[in-house]
Design a protein around this ligand. Structure first.
Ligand SMILES: Cc1ncc(COP(=O)(O)O)c(C=O)c1O
Length: 442
């Protein structure tokens, strides 16, 4: 240990912050020190309205007693148990609760620790599934432009973000991409699902024609792309994708890391759109963000394909030290119970029209070039400053923080996703503050 190195409590240099402009932040830090309900409290004592449920994860709001107590109790009862070849009751209970909450075809749950790991897990299951059935040539993975599937190599390969290619090289081979579904020239200021663009799913036929269906394992998409700016599926698009994948024996994976757990007013987007993929990836709202945890939901058909061969053999050669961690499982159980008991998904569904009107009330404010919404999600797209993309939205983020409102920006798009416990009064507060920000933005 380097004993002569002295740290002072407010030294910010050691922590290399994720997805953060580190130098800017450390010159003028923005620190939250506590949170309750819909509000964070800053180090200087201000209450900041949480317009983003943390990072799309605190769907039940903050400091929820049932979740806090469950975590406290679990950590004293069983802090950790090995996840391989051993079990503990809470992981099984949570898998059952998740199955009961999910739409019908999803019967099995594989636990991970994050959305990124859920994506890697689903992609690996897809390839291994085909192999287990004797179709080992199906290894290709198809993603979509502007898709976000976390930060690991599989996820950034099927994802469609140019910065990942700029910074991290050639990524996985054997990957292709569908076009994104964002058509502002036709769909700007649409309320809910846009009318135009279902035919973009047909591009999958071209990809199949190019590579051969027998080389393709899976297509992965976010049913509604969140992190690259709230890109909504055009009416009929997901249905077409489902039809084409099924016809060619290709698995369809919905990445529901953002859309899971009530964001659209139902358990998962699959239920909301009534389109059933073969696998669902989730994380975030699974534990209300309190303890890291993710999961992959699969059908019987996928799971059962692995359950063959000698019984002493491991069927899926994959797993994490913390898969189904007891404390995370306890947090997950208490979170799902909180959603159910408080009717939070129903609250999101019933508030969605009010939310929609509130988001679209910003139309006409300076620099606003598009507004999109669905469930308790809203996006306000700003015209970029020439030669300085992202700068205008980042300024809006800083100004909102000064006005005691937490928003999130991606590119020049403001994305909103409040906790599902939000009230009409808090929606008014949120958009009152945001319109002040936008009115004064350069
Ligand atoms: C659709 C989607 N997939 C994966 C991830 C990655 O999740 P995590 O940050 O928990 O790894 C995210 C995170 O925002 C996401 O939105």
């Amino acid at each position: 240990m380097a004993s002569d190195r002295k740290s002072v409590p407010n030294d910010l240099s050691a922590f290399w912050m994720p997805f953060t402009a580190n130098r800017q932040f450390k010159k003028a830090p923005r620190m939250f020190v506590s949170a309750d309900g819909m509000y964070y409290t800053t180090a200087d004592g201000r209450k900041v309205l949480d317009g983003t449920a943390g990072l799309w994860c605190c769907n039940a709001g903050h400091n929820r007693p049932r979740i806090t107590e469950a975590v406290q109790k679990q950590v004293t009862e069983l802090d950790y148990a090995p996840a391989f070849q051993m079990g503990h009751p809470k992981a099984f209970e949570l898998a059952n609760a998740l199955r009961d909450m999910a739409p019908e075809p999803f019967e099995h749950v594989f636990f991970t620790n994050s959305g990124s790991e859920s994506v890697e897990t689903a992609l690996k299951i897809a390839i291994a599934y085909h192999r287990a059935r004797g179709e080992g040539s199906r290894t290709r993975l198809i993603g979509r432009e502007r898709g976000y599937h976390g930060v690991n190599f599989g996820g950034i390969s099927v994802g469609g973000i140019v910065n990942n290619r700029r910074h991290f090289g050639t990524l996985l081979t054997g990957v292709d991409h569908l076009p994104h579904t964002h058509l502002p020239e036709k769909n700007a200021f649409t309320r809910g699902q846009p009318e135009h663009g279902a035919e973009l799913a047909d591009e999958l036929e071209d990809i199949v024609a190019l590579h051969g269906a027998d080389t393709i394992a899976a297509v992965i998409v976010e049913p509604m792309a969140g992190s690259t700016g709230v890109l909504l599926p055009p009416k009929g698009y997901l249905e077409r994708l489902r039809e084409i994948t099924k016809r060619h024996g290709i698995l369809l994976i919905f990445d529901e890391v953002i859309t899971g757990f009530g964001r659209l007013g139902s358990s998962f987007a699959a239920e909301h759109f009534n389109v059933m993929p073969d696998m669902i990836t989730c994380a975030k709202g699974l534990t209300n963000g309190v303890i890291p945890m993710g999961a992959v939901l699969t059908t019987d058909a996928i799971h059962d394909a692995f359950m063959q061969g000698p019984e002493h053999m491991i069927e899926l050669f994959h797993g994490y030290t913390y898969s189904g961690n007891p404390v995370a499982s306890a947090a997950g159980l208490a979170t799902l119970e909180t959603y159910r008991e408080e009717g939070l998904f129903e609250n999101a569904a019933s508030l969605a029209p009010y939310w929609e009107d509130a988001v679209h009330s910003l139309k006409g404010l300076p620099h606003v070039i598009d507004i999109r919404n669905m469930g308790l999600i809203g996006a306000i797209e700003l015209e970029p400053i020439e030669g300085a993309p992202t700068k205008r939205a980042f300024q809006a983020f800083l100004d909102a923080y000064e006005k005691d409102l937490l928003i999130r920006t991606t590119g020049d798009i403001i994305a909103l996703s409040p906790p599902l416990m939000i009230s009409k009064g808090e929606i008014d507060e949120l958009f009152g503050k945001l319109s002040e920000v936008l009115k004064n933005l350069e």
